[in-house]
Ligand binder design. Structure first.
Ligand SMILES: NC(=O)c1ccc[n+]([C@@H]2O[C@H](COP(=O)([O-])OP(=O)(O)OC[C@H]3O[C@@H](n4cnc5c(N)ncnc54)[C@H](OP(=O)(O)O)[C@@H]3O)[C@@H](O)[C@H]2O)c1
Length: 263
């Protein structure tokens, strides 16, 4: 069982710690942060060891998760550089490429993860890539940790921009659809809370049905839409307004921005 350090104990780190805690992947977790408030919260919530010293956390663990904002990562890498020896370093910072991490931490084993916010409820969809010194065992260990918080796919780093577009930014796009569904429900007479729960449950159920049954999206559409029925009327409106093209452009814009930020 590997010991794990978390540097930065904000939303994403707290969610990952919570999932690791529940799955009993590791009982040895230490967390460091410059925010006393976050440290106190995490200590109370998970009863893990905490420290204000990033070096102490990184120096005494097998795997070091860096969970600070991208603009804060260089300061952390410089700080822990001399205590990282045989540890695996895992960065979840959006847009920070492996090349940059490897330039900072020379010859070190590094993995880069693109997580998503649904980690907060154990339903993360993530992609991750390995630097040139990371081993097969490192990939297996990180895969185990990430899969305890949802699902995670190992892939080439270039593909992480597409992951950013679909699942990194995706929760915001789905939240936007749910907002529109709720507005439309209210407009058609439903109480807000009922419209909200119906829209959310429909989104959850549709994803679950597709993942668990193995039916395709086309097959599911065919199962719901009968000739001259209500669903066809709605689908025709989607086609008339070229919503598929708009969604493609939405994802493309996010992927493009991710590529720009990674340069
Ligand atoms: N949120 C998302 O949807 C999402 C999705 C994909 C990837 N990510 C990535 O996940 C990472 C963490 O995001 P988050 O939303 O969890 O951030 P967050 O809530 O702001 O947490 C970051 C924590 O790190 C602390 N920190 C900053 N500099 C530090 C330092 N030098 N040493 C120790 N601790 C330090 C911060 O303290 P202060 O508050 O005092 O600065 C804060 O407590 C980011 O890199 C982000 O790109 C997030």
């Amino acid at each position: 069982m590997k010991s794990i350090a978390f540097i930065g104990t904000g939303r994403m780190a707290s969610a990952l710690i919570s999932c690791i805690h529940k799955s009993s992947i590791s009982k040895s977790i230490i967390a460091s942060d410059k925010s006393d408030i976050n440290l106190a919260r995490i200590k109370k919530q998970f009863k893990i060891k905490t420290t204000a010293d990033n070096k102490e956390a990184a120096g005494n663990s097998d795997i070091v998760f860096i969970c600070v904002k991208p603009q804060d990562i260089d300061a952390v890498l410089d700080e822990i550089n001399d205590v990282v020896k045989n540890q695996l370093v895992v960065s979840i910072a959006a847009g920070i490429r492996l090349k940059h991490l490897e330039n900072k931490l020379k010859n070190k084993r590094i993995i880069r993860v693109m997580p998503n916010i649904n980690c907060l409820v154990g339903e993360m969809a993530a992609g991750f890539s390995a630097g040139k010194y990371a081993t097969k065992e490192d990939i297996k260990n990180v895969s185990g940790i990430l899969n305890s918080a949802g699902i995670a796919f190992f892939m080439k780093e270039d593909l992480l921009d597409a992951v950013t577009g679909i699942s990194g930014s995706g929760p915001a796009f789905f939240a936007y659809f749910i907002y529109a569904f709720v507005k439309a429900g209210i407009k058609n007479g439903l109480p807000k809370e009922v419209a909200f729960r119906l829209a959310c449950q429909t989104a959850i159920g549709t994803g679950k049905l597709l993942m668990e049954s193995g039916i395709t999206t086309d097959e599911l559409i065919g199962m719901v839409a009968s000739k001259k029925g209500t669903t066809i009327a709605g689908l025709n409106a989607l086609k008339r307004h070229k919503v598929k093209d708009i969604l493609t452009k939405t994802i493309d814009a996010a992927v493009k921005r991710s590529r720009e930020l990674g340069k």
